[in-house]
Write a protein that binds this ligand. Structure first.
Ligand code: C2E
Ligand code: MG
Ligand code: MG
Ligand code: MG
Length: 293
């Protein structure tokens, strides 16, 4: 194990990205089988604007292993990424998400869906064309699909990444820059990536209401993004106070447990129907006081 310090100085332990331990090989094989068997599911988490309008849904992959139970996406995404299974996983996710978007559209629910893609995908030749072909096959307009990327796409082969992203936006697919503020965020990246949305990482949002430095970082990020013509979404919004701060800072939309956690497809359908044209609104009645301990 490697000891690392996170940005708050707390020591965190991460398992080494060792791609050939028996454990990882076992999980990899199981993931491959689960994909083939259709056992991997997508859940959907709403992104809402401050007026309540549902701006979109993010598709988040969920895998319940028969023996280990729920495996966190961060864990198996890393395994897929380092093993070459990633393109297969992404195909699966895109196929599932687009099938769902097509069904929702047929029911009059026209909400865009965002799919997370990895640097591997963006570097694989023909990715942009394959996405366009898949959209056409499902009869889904490109504007109903958003792809979330991170700055990591620029690490390996920036030119190829730029070509793929240009191909995607050329087809009308919208790009979103995920986890902004983590790692080695750079203004150069913002200029080079053809994104129309920036997502502020949860690590800055979580303590926004109590940490003045985090609040300043968010304020600057919102202003910068807006001056570049980007929409700003805050990730991981869990309480009212954070929602209010973000609204006051001019953020455009939020995603987080305050609104809804990622939900299975049927629950998402019900959620969308219940909100309908009125969108999502914070409960106006105060919660009953909690029982004293
Ligand atoms: P992400 O794309 O930044 O997704 C946001 C993560 O924050 C999700 O974790 C979501 O469940 C979680 N989250 C949302 N609201 C809140 C909140 O209010 N509080 C807290 N504490 N957490 C919240 P999840 O689903 O575990 O996914 C983790 C990461 O795994 C994602 O981060 C994304 O990078 C990756 N991932 C998930 N699905 C896929 C996929 O289909 N393909 C790829 N390539 N990566 C994926
Ligand atoms: Mg994401
Ligand atoms: Mg994120
Ligand atoms: Mg993340």
């Amino acid at each position: 194990y490697q000891a690392k310090r996170d940005r708050t100085g707390v020591e965190v332990y991460e398992s080494k990205r060792d791609s050939n331990t028996p454990d990882r090989l076992g999980l990899l094989g199981d993931l491959r089988r689960a994909l083939d068997a259709g056992e991997v599911e997508l859940h959907y988490q709403p992104k809402v604007r401050f007026d309540g309008h549902v701006a979109g849904l993010e598709a988040l992959v969920r895998w319940v292993h028969p023996e280990r139970g729920r495996v966190p996406p961060d864990e198996f995404i890393a395994i897929a990424e380092s093993s070459g299974l990633m393109p297969h996983l992404t195909e699966y996710v895109l196929e599932t998400a687009l099938g769902q978007v097509a069904r929702w559209r047929a029911q009059g629910l026209e909400v865009p869906v965002a799919v997370n893609v990895s640097p591997r995908d963006v570097h694989s030749p023909g990715f942009a064309g394959a996405v366009a072909a898949r959209l056409a096959r499902h009869g889904v307009p490109a504007g109903a699909l958003q792809l979330e990327i991170t700055e990591h796409v620029l690490l390996e082969d920036p030119q190829r990444a730029a070509d793929t992203l240009a191909g995607l936006t050329g087809h009308g697919v919208k790009m979103s820059l995920d986890d902004f503020g983590t790692g080695y965020s750079s203004l150069v990246h913002l200029r080079r990536l053809p994104v129309s949305e920036l997502k502020i990482d949860r690590s800055f949002v979580a303590r926004l209401a109590v940490d003045t430095e985090d609040a300043e970082i968010v304020r600057c990020t919102v202003d910068l993004a807006h001056s570049l013509g980007l929409l700003v979404v805050a990730e991981g919004v869990e309480d009212d106070e954070t929602w209010e701060r973000l609204r006051d800072l001019g953020c455009d939309a939020v995603q987080g447990w305050l609104v809804a956690a990622a939900m299975p497809p049927q629950e998402t359908t019900a959620w969308l129907r219940a909100r309908g044209v009125h969108g999502w609104h914070r409960p106006t009645t105060a919660l009953p006081p909690s029982t004293p301990a």
